[in-house]
Design a protein around this ligand. Structure first.
Ligand code: SAM
Length: 217
């Protein structure tokens, strides 16, 4: 991948990305999502920046009523296709939506809001604040991203550009400590196959619970 500046990652860039990727292998559910959500009682979930939908499908299969949003119409079309075969009971619990998360206002709050590797054209703290607003009192926010520390990411052949990387502090700072109990804020490595080579890449994982008594802002 060529180098990118922040503003390159606009809706058109993502749409072209998914048009080029159409027909490629289906994405797999995220290890971080599975680890962090497995212990939660299912309810309503917002999957923000759902891409081709593997995580939305995993959530639905685990009992969540999912609203899955992405700015790329092609990603959402691919996600619907991926979700279709033989999984209608679970995928009936997914509402797919094409929307820009930098301007979209959800009509409800959710028991779980998940955003993984999404870096829209907005200061990251502002993006996290928008996600946080969509969490119902007592609900959970899970933000996963590429670790921004030098050397943390050894995915050298295709390393995410700085604009696509975050630190745990950037996420935590956006959460009002009066309203949020941060239960996870750390970098975590995972193995990734890159052709014949296995690489270790580092993710930032932040999980926080909104105080049950907090009033919706
Ligand atoms: C790196 S991909 C990650 C996809 C998926 N969450 C995953 O983990 O496989 C980033 C996703 O965010 C979406 N995205 C970027 N900016 C967005 C925006 N402003 N509103 C909604 N989705 C956006 C892209 O279309 C893309 O699907």
């Amino acid at each position: 991948m060529a180098s990118h500046s922040h503003h390159d990652f606009d809706a058109q860039w993502w749409e072209r990305h998914y048009q080029d990727a159409a027909g490629g292998p289906a994405s797999q559910p995220s290890a971080q999502l599975m680890a962090e959500v497995a212990g939660l009682a299912p309810g309503t979930a917002l999957e923000a920046g759902c891409g081709t939908g593997a995580d939305a499908v995993w959530l639905a299969r685990h009992g969540w009523d999912v609203t899955a949003v992405d700015v790329s119409p092609t990603a959402v079309r691919l996600a619907r296709t991926l979700a279709a075969p033989g999984q209608s009971e679970a995928t009936g619990r997914i509402s797919w939506l094409v929307a820009d998360l930098t301007v979209w206002h959800p009509r409800q709050q959710y028991d779980l809001v998940v955003s993984q590797y999404v870096h829209p054209d907005l200061p990251f703290g502002d993006f996290v604040a928008r996600l946080a607003d969509a969490v119902a009192p007592g609900g959970t926010l899970l933000v996963v991203g590429h670790d921004d520390r030098p050397g943390a990411d050894r995915h050298a052949a295709d390393r995410p550009p700085p604009a696509a990387s975050i630190g745990p502090d950037a996420v935590v700072r956006a959460l009002d400590p009066e309203q949020w109990d941060v239960t996870v804020a750390e970098a975590r490595t995972r193995p990734v196959n890159h052709g014949p080579t296995q690489l270790t890449i580092a993710d930032v994982v932040v999980k926080a619970r909104r105080t049950p008594a907090a009033e919706a802002r």
